[in-house]
Design a protein around this ligand. Structure first.
Ligand SMILES: Cc1ncc(COP(=O)(O)O)c(C=O)c1O
Length: 418
């Protein structure tokens, strides 16, 4: 077997090595992890000893005590995972209902708090009904696996989340270039009479670039060619739109988008996924989506999500603070000449391109007391490695200044613009 060059490798190279069985592959992968560790580049699964927040106490590789670091890794954009009113709602629900729901939804695991959350998230989008899933990942993968089969077609923006790709394993797929309407139209036109159901599937906010889908034009095109639109607004909810209802609100498409999927794990500070659609689709999923039907429902802690959704309207100041921070960091990075792409959300990439340089930037940031994720292939294309930052409403200007200063120093050392 040809040896993998660890200097150029990515996790994907170890997904399926034809000559190796599962155990041999795992051992070879272990060698790769050890290689990354020795070079100080295994900055994954770093343990925090403190709650999610703009600063966390991190156990850095090789250290025996935690380091207080500025954190740019959390999707808890509004800081809601630590909001006292949400924590109180979770505590009250645990005291009243306990810690588990005991069964899957159709056979005894459906409780008042599940119905209330379904109604709450549906009403948030001005719709009548919604279904809950254990995670945002499952909301996508289960829904698509349930609705799309051999006779159908999923037309995907090539940058959609991994959960969408997993959802499409039983159907036909065609990918269009990221946010490219001409390419989308070509595919829509050519597929018009060939497949039974055609879904155009996009993210509202893209998780690696932080840019948004031109959802108004995408929806118009899809409908013109008789296709349906599904938008996953995992990173839009709570962040974009005049009242935090995400990209669907930004383009005023509440009535037009056919299916909205999303997660409670990011701006809402908890965990779980949802799908909002017309009632017959929601009911079909409730009885046909295997990952919903045969899986125990969420714990009473989801009462915290019900409170969090209310707080999006009751305390818009969190969103205001978040956007002040986003604009501050963006303009500081741009002033340094760094490439932050076309982000229009709380996800800000610094695009570096080269994988070893990106890993080294991640390591130097960590040593400067800043935790940000280096992102590489297969999450992004091979030439598009970057350090990704997630901004929170609870970051202070001092946190962001520290980040800007660190980038200035690392840029001098590594020349990030080249
Ligand atoms: C666009 C997108 N959709 C779905 C998910 C999955 O959501 P969850 O983490 O709640 O499973 C993520 C990331 O986690 C995401 O970035």
């Amino acid at each position: 077997m040809k040896k993998i060059d660890f200097n150029k490798a990515s996790f994907r190279d170890f997904e399926n090595i034809p000559e190796m069985d599962a155990f041999a592959t795992a051992s070879y992968f272990q060698e790769y992890l050890d290689f990354l560790r020795v070079n100080g580049h295994l900055n994954y699964r770093i343990e925090s000893r403190s709650p999610v927040g703009p600063e966390m106490d991190l156990m850095l590789p090789g250290d025996d005590k935690p380091t207080r670091s500025v954190c740019l890794v959390s999707n808890d954009y509004l800081g809601f995972s630590q909001h006292p009113k949400i924590k109180q709602a979770v505590a009250d629900a645990a005291l009243r209902f306990g810690t588990g729901s005991g069964a899957s939804p159709a056979i005894g695991g459906h409780f008042i708090y599940h119905r209330q959350l379904e109604e709450k998230i549906a009403a948030f989008y001005g719709r009548a009904d919604a279904i809950l899933f254990t995670t945002g990942y499952t909301a996508n993968s289960a829904t698509l696996q349930c609705l799309l089969h051999q006779e159908d077609l999923a037309i995907l923006d090539m940058a959609v989340h991994a959960s969408v790709y997993e959802g499409c394993i039983r159907t036909n797929t065609k990918q269009f270039l990221h946010n490219n309407l001409e390419h989308l139209e070509q595919i829509l036109r050519s597929a018009q009479h060939t497949y039974r159901t055609r879904f155009v599937i996009v993210d509202g906010v893209y998780s690696q670039d932080g840019d948004i889908a031109p959802l108004d034009q995408i929806t118009e095109l899809a409908h013109q060619y008789g296709a349906y639109v599904i938008v996953d607004d995992a990173h839009g909810i709570g962040v974009t739109g005049a009242t935090g209802r995400g990209v669907v609100e930004q383009f005023c498409l509440f009535e037009k988008v056919d299916i909205i999927t999303g997660t409670f794990s990011k701006a809402l500070g908890c965990i779980g996924g949802y799908v909002v659609a017309r009632p017959e689709i929601v009911n079909y999923l409730k009885y046909q989506a295997k990952q919903h039907l045969f899986s125990t429902t969420a714990t009473p802690a989801i009462a915290g999500i019900i409170r969090a959704i209310d707080l999006i309207d009751e305390e818009p100041e969190w969103r205001t603070r978040l956007w002040t921070n986003i604009e501050y960091l963006k303009s500081g990075l741009k002033a340094q000449g760094l490439n932050i792409g076309t982000t229009a959300s709380a996800v800000i990439p610094v695009k570096i391109g080269d994988i070893p340089k990106t890993l080294e930037t991640g390591r130097l940031l960590l040593r400067a007391g800043i935790f940000a994720n280096p992102i590489m292939y297969p999450a992004v294309s091979k030439k598009d490695a970057r350090v990704r930052m997630n901004i929170m409403a609870t970051h202070t200007q001092a946190h962001l200044d520290k980040v800007l200063k660190a980038f200035q120093q690392i840029d001098k050392q590594l020349n990030l613009k080249k």
